[in-house]
Design a protein around this ligand. Sequence first.
Ligand SMILES: Nc1ncnc2c1ncn2[C@@H]1O[C@H](COP(=O)(O)OP(=O)(O)O)[C@@H](O)[C@H]1O
Ligand SMILES: Nc1ccn([C@@H]2O[C@H](COP(=O)(O)OP(=O)(O)O)[C@@H](O)[C@H]2O)c(=O)n1
Length: 227
Amino acid sequence: MIDQAPVIAIDGPSGAGKGTVSQLVAEKLGWHLLDSGALYRLLALAVSHHGMTADDVESLRVLAEHLDIQFEQGDEGKVDIVLEGEIVTQAIRTELVGNSASKLAQIPEVRDGLLMRQRAFSQEPGLVADGRDMGTVVFPDAPVKVFLTATAEERASRRLLQLQQKGDEVDYDELVATIKERDDRDANRAVAPLVPAAGALVVDSTDLTIDKVVEMVLAEVKKAGIV
Ligand SMILES: Nc1ncnc2c1ncn2[C@@H]1O[C@H](COP(=O)(O)OP(=O)(O)O)[C@@H](O)[C@H]1O
Ligand SMILES: Nc1ccn([C@@H]2O[C@H](COP(=O)(O)OP(=O)(O)O)[C@@H](O)[C@H]2O)c(=O)n1
């Protein structure tokens, strides 16, 4: 497979900081951004809106291939995520939707249906791609691959803070349990399991600041000579 443009693949478990770091790196480089998890979340929401079931895998593939989504420029530089005409930027961020997304993500037909859509994001001057299988499956030729992780407890604390800031009431212990459950499902599924890609720089961000992680990724980019 030939990538259309250079890709920085950033994979890892929930709450490791992938989204935050990917956005900052993309801004610094002036590159495009792919939040692949958002696609799985959008599919989960669409499946629920359409009252579909997880056993009709061929319909899920068709829905994944044709899902009507738009990333529109909203206020203050923010991007609005639009699903079938409705702004769902906040609605896809709940733990419930994340959990449904991770269940659908086990289905090979779903992954297949989303594959080409993800690859289409790879455009000049380059792409920062955040997910679980960016470096292993979607962009195996990416010149920079990072596996970003942190302890489940640290990731749950970060998520707790993030959800509290949005006014969501969640229990810390419950959050640790859901995060571990999702880690387990993502790491042990038969297709595209969550594992570091060969040659990936593994970064444990438990005791690192966001700025430090961004600095490490940019150093890797420099080392690869792609900017
Ligand atoms: N190194 C870090 N130290 C402290 N907080 C962090 C760090 N990285 C990310 N965060 C915070 O943790 C939360 C989850 O990060 P996010 O980027 O959404 O993770 P992911 O995309 O891997 O699920 C966010 O509120 C973010 O600001
Ligand atoms: N490339 C990807 C991205 C997400 N996913 C699935 O989608 C779920 C939600 O992804 P996400 O990146 O939005 O989740 P968080 O890391 O933000 O919690 C994950 O738990 C994965 O099961 C995937 O399988 N492959």
